[in-house]
Write a protein that binds this ligand. Structure first.
Ligand code: 13P
Length: 349
């Protein structure tokens, strides 16, 4: 790539991970938002999806804690009730608009229990349309499942996903869009934190190997990994300081120092856990750091769970839901520098 393109990409990537701010993933596909709405008793209609995202995006002051928002294809084409396109609503809040571009995780052939993310066909054309709609960065998510009883993940699943992630990232950089590269090792299962470490290490190693092979410049991308954490149903749950220690060690061994930022997914952790874990990693930097990259967040559930339930589809609950959403964003903003405390958490209650 020519140096000017690299510079543009790197500037955008750095703008995505500034001090005290992180990314909101509001890019739930039709299937996922239907599931989340149903759990919160909200009717899954186009206008409810629009009104819900409007509630999040227009929260007064949220730009102080959010640098970017990832939208879904339907969302990037929608408008606020005043008729302003959502990408413009976000820009007006000082937030960079982004878009999920993968076609979802499908069964990997001849590999029971494993998935590969599809969506490369026609991606170049879709990217240029999203750019015209105002997106400046993109996201592609791959999922890796751990099941020790069946011996997954297999290397072929990890490598197939890493290859697709790298091909996607190259297409994005070709069009001045910063790719968020998301290889997610799922939290589901009974595995130990050591197993999560081993699989995450292997996944990130393969991902950066493919990224290098596809000519992607790591200065112009953001990595969105899982934290290294005990399986959700594991009998022993690793303590916060161990999640921080294992996660940072795993990243130091696999992620090039030239990557501007790492923005974690929450992956089914509770909102408070996700904040505490991020905080511990940034706090740890004081004694064992500095880390070569920014450590930030790109949460969906850990930012949205309580605000969504509070809103519940009721227009009279918008302000209360926004207050709770702003607080959650602010707590994660504090975790960006390791300065989050229980007192701050309880202040808003
Ligand atoms: P969670 O934070 O809910 O894991 O979602 C992040 C995301 O964008 C998954 O692709």
């Amino acid at each position: 790539m020519d140096p000017k393109t690299v510079e543009t990409l790197e500037n955008t990537a750095r703008e995505m991970v500034p001090a005290g701010r992180g990314i909101l993933a509001a890019d739930e596909s039709f299937g996922t938002i239907a599931k989340r709405f149903s759990a919160a008793g909200i009717g899954d209609t186009e206008d409810n999806r629009r009104a819900y995202r409007e509630m999040l995006f227009t929260t007064p002051g949220v730009g102080s804690y959010l640098s970017g928002v990832i939208m879904f294809d339907e969302t990037i084409r929608q408008k606020s009730s005043e008729g302003k396109p959502f990408p413009q609503v976000l820009e007006d809040q000082g937030i960079i608009p982004g878009i999920k571009v993968d076609g979802g995780a499908k069964d990997l052939a001849l590999s029971p229990g494993e998935k590969v993310t599809e969506g490369l066909d026609g991606l170049r054309e879709r990217l240029s349309e999203y750019r015209a709609l105002g997106a400046r960065f993109t996201k592609w998510r791959a999922v890796i499942t751990i099941d020790e009883s069946t011996g997954i993940p297999t290397q072929r699943c990890i490598d197939a996903n890493a290859h697709a992630l790298a091909r996607y990232a190259a297409l994005c950089q070709e069009q001045d869009l910063v790719p968020i590269v998301e290889p997610e090792v799922l939290i589901d299962g009974t595995h130990s934190i050591e197993k999560s470490y081993e699989v995450t290490l292997n996944t990130l190693h393969s991902t950066f190997d493919e990224i290098h092979r596809q000519n992607v410049d790591v200065r112009g991308m953001i990595l969105k990994p899982n934290m290294v954490i005990s399986g959700k149903d594991a009998p022993h749950q690793a303590e916060v300081h161990n999640v921080a220690r294992y996660t940072v060690e795993c990243l130091l061994r696999t992620v090039p120092a030239a990557v501007p930022g790492i923005a974690f997914l929450s992956g089914g952790q509770s909102d408070l856990q996700a904040t505490a874990h991020l905080n511990a990693m940034n706090d740890r930097a004081r004694q064992h750091g500095p880390w070569p990259w920014e450590l930030s967040f790109s949460y969906a559930r850990a930012l949205q769970d309580v605000p969504m339930k509070t809103w519940g589809g009721d227009p009279s609950r918008v302000e209360e839901a926004q207050r709770i959403f702003l607080h959650r964003a602010k707590m994660n903003g504090a975790a960006r520098s390791g300065s989050y405390t229980e007192e701050m958490e309880n202040e808003a209650a």
